[in-house]
Design a binder for this molecule. Structure first.
Ligand SMILES: [Fe+2]
Length: 445
């Protein structure tokens, strides 16, 4: 496994002693319990945390339920469109997760929770990256409190105990909903290495976001309560339950480079160009064998003859999954908010027929989408098939442009097939339906 980037900076919260591994006493004279929270065998990102109680004091282990996704159609390779908008609310922010696609590196779920979590949870299998589509709330973690809102990415590294609480939706507001991409191959979800200084791990000038955009845990941190508290742990494709005799968020202080944080997608500064920029410019996070990208509203390419939608492409080493958040998808057949599309590495993909020509002259896109690219094929679950748009693989059939080759044998470039006016030929596009409504472009890859 290649060495990944890691959280770029050191942070601390609460009370910590002057040195590591020295006596650090509670007001009653007893010792706080120090725990080194380390990754990659203690040579990766690490934090040191101080508990009111020894973190080893857990009992009552129970196996609650299996959570290994069952993949179907693993030998079927086709483009897929999964409509998740009508998914009914169910479960809580953990039990309500519905895995739609996955492989041995990552799992992608959608969650529309119906009820609050009555317990705390830790994912001991991998890191979680939640994209909050709808809803506001609070993430209570062993590293402190994080207020979240719609369009936030919540990065919760492996092993951190948390409880996710959504505020009640007001009348007319959509039910809370989030997309979850989690690692299941032991790797961590981190900012791309190439955005960070090799010497200091500081975000470099070309990075589309930086430390100022990351929201890290704040007070309150410590819950000093005795009782019976359930903590559920995801590990070995199973969710287990453990009992704590004290509130599991009993940390009085921590410091280090391993902690949960939030990044709002509207704080991503898109990189734009004279010609169409490739998907890696949208990259937001990476892990071993998969990346997460943010396609945000932005000005489009400014060469006078620019084609402002993506070219057809074969991403030969990757499957690509897009989750559509908001924007105008009129140029994309059948796509709606909460749609997911899967384009496997074996088939070229790109704009729908007619959309290249229609996009010329547009100056902005207002689409917002999250993409997960994987280096190994992504397989659907039965839940994904239940929301499958069977017509999607056929949706690329049709004339690519008004003057493309036709069945009567007329070739592209034939004098009868020329652009209708000089402005169109020169790239100085006359106002068109798309230019008048520039938000109509499908610009996601
Ligand atoms: Fe693509």
């Amino acid at each position: 496994m290649r060495k990944m980037g890691e959280m770029p900076y050191y942070a601390k919260l609460g009370k910590i002693p002057a040195k590591r591994h020295i006596q650090f006493r509670r007001p009653d004279g007893g010792l706080y319990s120090e725990e080194v929270f380390g990754t990659e065998g203690f040579v990766g990102a690490t934090s040191t945390i101080y508990h009111l109680h020894p973190p080893t004091q857990v009992t009552g282990w129970r196996t609650l339920y299996k959570c290994a996704p069952e993949y179907v159609e693993v030998d079927v390779m086709r483009m897929r469109h999964t409509r998740s908008a009508a998914m009914p609310p169910k479960g809580d922010p953990v039990t309500g997760r519905v895995v739609l696609f996955g492989n041995s590196d990552c799992e992608l779920s959608v969650c529309v929770p119906a009820e609050p979590m009555k317990y705390h949870f830790k994912n001991a299998t991998g890191d979680e990256c939640l994209f909050v589509h709808h809803g506001n709330g609070t993430l209570f973690t062993s590293f402190g409190t994080l207020k979240f809102r719609a369009r936030d990415y919540l990065v919760i590294p492996k092993g951190i105990v948390y409880r996710m609480v959504f505020d009640e939706a007001m009348d007319g507001e959509p039910n809370p909903r989030f997309l979850l991409i989690e690692s299941v191959n032991g790797s961590h979800i981190v900012p791309p290495s190439r955005y960070l200084s090799k010497a200091t791990r500081q975000f470099l000038e070309h990075a589309p976001y930086c430390e100022r955009d990351l929201r890290i845990p704040e007070l309150p941190l410590t819950y000093d309560k005795l009782g019976k508290f359930e903590v559920r742990i995801k590990s070995r494709s199973t969710v287990h339950a453990y009992d704590y005799t004290y509130h599991p968020l009993d940390v009085v202080g921590w410091d280090g480079c391993y902690f949960p944080y939030i990044f709002n997608i509207d704080d991503f500064s898109p990189i734009v160009g004279k010609h169409h920029m490739p998907p890696p410019t949208h990259q937001t996070f990476e892990a071993h064998n998969f990346v997460i990208c943010s396609f945000c509203p932005r000005p489009l390419d400014f060469h006078p003859q620019a084609i402002v939608v993506p070219y057809h492409h074969s991403n030969l080493d990757s499957d690509e999954i897009l989750y559509y958040v908001s924007g105008n998808y009129k140029a994309r057949k059948g796509i709606e908010s909460c749609s997911l599309t899967l384009h496997p590495q074996g088939i070229p993909h790109g704009p729908h027929p007619g959309t290249i020509e229609a996009s010329i002259g547009a100056t902005h896109t207002n689409e917002l989408a999250v993409m997960c690219d994987t280096f190994r094929p992504m397989f659907p679950t039965r839940a994904a098939l239940e929301m499958d748009d069977q017509a999607y693989p056929q949706s690329w059939i049709g004339a690519a442009a008004p003057f493309a080759a036709t069945s009567n044998g007329r070739a592209i470039g034939d004098s009868k097939s020329k652009p209708k006016n000089k402005k169109q030929a020169s790239g100085k596009q006359a106002p068109s339906a798309s230019a008048a409504n520039p938000s109509g472009n499908a610009d996601t890859w």
